[in-house]
Design a protein around this ligand. Structure first.
Ligand code: UGA
Length: 430
């Protein structure tokens, strides 16, 4: 049945959820405090690069509106999704100030039974806190639900509408039923559980995926020493259904706005409850080391050939996004800048965001990958944009000063590159 839904926060999660819920036929109001963002959204302009999302907004615009007016959105809706940011604090614990502010504003506005759904990634126990907070301002009936989101940037629409599962943490029947109704058009297993377990599922999922990445990165480092091929090892273990073939791509470590923050978050939650999550501490350590290994390789090659110009392909933390938050590329470039190398860099969509993060020192932002490779002593591929693996590498080799190719995402076949005359090094490739 068509529901009236308010979404507080128009970041990746809030905006995708809002547009996708509108596509399912619900009447959605998206709220954000930032005037410019709301004005742009009213004109169909998205604040993020997410393939297909602008067309979806256009297609379902009659089911969705954008406003800065939270009280009005709350009073007009039956279900209120909180999808505001939960950044890391300096001490790596989770900053709940946006959640707290949104909850208070919602609570003050309640006038009838409504469901308040937490979609943001929040520490275990936040749902219970939300209940208590709302009770301070509203004495009537309401429900609190945890409904974590598992979408990935770059494939957000598909992940939202065709998820592997939907998790609903709710502690009363009325809320269960309404939540199931919202997602009735989505055919996926629906896990109904208590609020705390739902909150923990989100952290456990991201932590497990990050562990898989750090695991395969360690295997890659052993492959480098043994002259074995990590791609084949990943394939060989990935066919085992108990292991699974996804998230076994070795590289320069995970980045983005979620894994680094959430893994730190779970460690911090564990510490708070006097439990040392040894495995996750190692996952973080391995991840940091992966970038160091890559930088070390660049340094040793440049020292050997007495070069100083590095071409970097990719700025985004992964392909199909303009997001550079905790992007390994940004960290690597900062380090290379400190050493004093000249950097020539290209990314299909993330350049504008990267310019805000990087010092304008010894760096040239190029219009295409060839321009970036011109006169470079080494080419470092750091983001897995599919277009990089389709480049005319004969042409690339010709325009480079030295033909060193350091493939941080294992996008090329070592033998092919060697045949073309490159000195090729991947991550854990033979
Ligand atoms: C991640 C999760 O995959 C989503 O399920 C979750 O909803 C989201 O965080 C979140 O918590 O909001 P996302 O950060 O968009 O999604 O990106 P991923 O595709 O998971 O990639 C994360 C990082 O791991 C990237 O830097 C990527 O390059 C790296 N990665 C991924 C690898 O190095 N190897 C792999 O095999 C896979």
């Amino acid at each position: 049945m068509r529901k009236k839904i308010a979404i507080i926060g128009t970041g990746y999660v809030g905006l995708t959820a809002g547009i996708c819920l509108a596509s399912l036929g619900h009447q959605v109001i998206c709220v954000d405090k930032i005037k410019n963002k709301i004005n742009n959204l009213k004109n169909g302009i998205l604040p993020i690069y997410e393939p297909g999302l602008d067309q979806y907004l256009k297609k379902y615009k009659t089911n969705i509106e954008f406003t800065q007016n939270l009280p009005k959105a709350v009073s007009k809706s039956e279900i209120i999704f909180i999808a505001v940011g939960t950044p890391s604090k300096k001490d790596k614990s989770i900053d709940l100030s946006y959640i707290k502010q949104a909850t208070k504003e919602i609570a003050k506005q309640l006038n009838a039974y409504k469901i308040i759904v937490n979609k943001s990634t929040v520490p275990v126990g936040t749902g219970n806190w939300t209940k208590k907070e709302i009770k301070k301002y509203y004495k009537g009936d309401f429900s609190v639900v945890s409904n974590p989101e598992f979408l990935r940037e770059g494939s957000a629409i598909k992940d939202f509408l065709e998820p592997d599962r939907i998790v609903i943490g709710a502690e009363d029947k009325k809320a269960h039923e309404i939540m199931l109704d919202i997602y009735s058009k989505i055919h996926a297993p629906k896990i109904i559980t208590d609020i705390k377990s739902a909150e923990l599922i989100k952290y456990a999922a991201n932590a497990f995926l990050a562990t898989k990445i750090s695991f395969i990165n360690e295997i890659a480092n052993i492959c480098d020493r043994l002259d074995a091929d990590v791609q084949k090892v990943a394939q060989g273990i990935g066919y085992d259904k108990r292991i699974g073939k996804y998230f076994l791509n070795a590289g320069i470590g995970y980045g983005g706005s979620c894994f680094p923050k959430d893994i730190d978050g779970l460690v911090s939650i564990s510490n708070k409850h006097k439990y040392t999550f040894k495995l996750l501490n190692a996952v973080i350590e391995v991840n940091k080391n992966q970038q160091k290994i890559f930088i070390k390789k660049i340094n040793s090659i440049l020292k050997k050939i007495k070069g100083n110009t590095v071409c970097v392909w990719g700025l985004a933390f992964k392909a199909n996004t303009d997001d550079v938050r905790k992007s390994p590329s940004i960290e690597i470039i900062k380090n290379l800048q400190r050493t004093g190398y000249k950097i020539r860099v290209y990314d299909p969509v993330a350049t504008a965001n990267a310019k805000k993060e990087l010092l304008n020192k010894n760096i040239t932002f190029c219009k295409n990958p060839y321009e970036a490779a011109k006169n470079a002593d080494i080419l470092a591929l750091v983001t897995d944009w599919p277009e990089f693996s389709k480049m005319d590498m004969i042409k690339v080799k010709k325009i480079m000063h030295h033909p060193y190719l350091l493939d941080g995402r294992n996008q090329f076949e070592p033998e092919e590159m060697k045949k073309l005359g490159f000195y090729y090094e991947g991550i854990g490739r033979k």
